[in-house]
Write a protein that binds this ligand. Sequence first.
Ligand SMILES: Nc1ncnc2c1ncn2[C@@H]1O[C@H](COP(=O)(O)OP(=O)(O)O)[C@@H](O)[C@H]1O
Ligand SMILES: [Ca+2]
Length: 500
Amino acid sequence: MSEQREMKEASPGYRTVTIFVAGIAVIALVALVTVGVLQNKPLPQKYKYGIVMDAGSSHTALYIYQWPAEKDNNTGRVTQTDSCRVDGPGISSYASNPRGAGESLGDCMLKARQAVPSSRHGETPLYLGATAGMRLLNIENASASDAVFQAVEAALHSSPFSFRGARILSGQEEGAFGWVTVNYLDDRLTQGQETTGALDLGGASTQISFVSARFDGTESPHNLMTFRLYGNDYNLYTHSYLCYGKDQALRKMLALQTASGPTSLSDPCFHPGYIRTRDYSELYASPCVARSKPQASPRNFTLKGTGDFDSCRTAVKKIFDFSKCNFSRCSFNGVFQPELQGSFGAFSAYYFVLDFLNLTDTSAPMETIKDKLREYCATPWADMQRQHPSTKVKYLAEYCFSGTYILTLLTEGYNFTADTFKEITIIRKIKGSDAGWTLGYMLNLTNMIPAEAPDAPPAAPRRLRVHHGAHGPAAGGPSPLHHLHPQQDSVLQPAQDRMS
Ligand SMILES: Nc1ncnc2c1ncn2[C@@H]1O[C@H](COP(=O)(O)OP(=O)(O)O)[C@@H](O)[C@H]1O
Ligand SMILES: [Ca+2]
């Protein structure tokens, strides 16, 4: 009896404890399940991603872009979230070891896997675009360039991303996409504002692109790219000069100086005291200079710097041909160029070189710029090395040439004057994204720039179909496999397609 009473008496407290413990257990279970579910099923991602690899002549770089998931295909701004520089040289340097080209991309691919949330991997487009280094290899040895592409494609196919092809961009595309990038990042396209021209200096080629009111393509159809973006039509003049990137331009200058096969060369574009043995077969191993290789020459020559800016300019100027022009006006080498118009953004090696030389202020008088270069080139090589112990020796040795080349290309080549030179801004990034062709390339291939303004009445679809232009390796390249047709539905259209 008493026991029963006791139990009865104890029961209210016992029940409270039981309910309490059970409650805790349920909460713990729910929390455990929630954590488990969340770990397996990631939270919905706010962003989408796209990856472009820039296989340049000197090196390959990977860029990761992101944009708000719900604004996809609209005006949601695409920004660069990450980039990765591949160790070693550009893929065109792997002609005799194609597998090495594929392997070289491994570290950056790993970085991309870590940077893009895994739930997005499968839907993230991955593109590789090669520029002038592969254009040259393709000219020189098409089967070697095929083998490099095969190795690179195999490597990228094995990534978790949605690989959409590796191909050589035409010079027109390279120039036009650089222009799209700069104007997209500056937000000049949605507003229908006046656009900025684009100047891109690479190692093997250089591009100039700008909108010209005086150019409709009649004079030189190959230089016209037409766009309709956000409801505005653009006639873009663009030209890519193969062999006029700064590395090939240097080869061209050295080739002119060694035409007779000397054993030593005094060169004004290198610092006084600079001395280096150069191999003839190495110097001439490029389609840019191969034909001018001396008939008979020793194995190598000794290159000695004299550090004389004015003589360097004279030597550099000789790689430009100003003698012929079959158009109303030309830049050089008989290439049509309308009168320069508007402001320009100059990036890539323009930035690397002029930033190193502290010459990014283009509003400085031309004479001041020349004086600074004159003084710079005259600095003894030993002093240069002492002052810049951590700068790559190859770069350090060539900044005098590169600065002189840039000045000559802009003023004598493109006809920038003391006045219009001020219209050039030297840029590396715009709002955190690198200036270059990659962003424009991706925006085009993923149709992220609409032809019509977003709030325009639903007119007939204006997206223009693009065929590859009848020019450049992109059209007649090594193998159709490498030239997927990613540009269908793109808004970018080379003029000759429109007119045919
Ligand atoms: N820090 C730097 N200083 C000087 N030059 C640089 C630096 N970084 C890159 N470059 C140069 O910029 C150029 C980049 O060209 P790249 O994009 O590889 O070639 P292309 O566009 O012709 O295919 C190369 O000449 C490379 O040597
Ligand atoms: Ca480049």
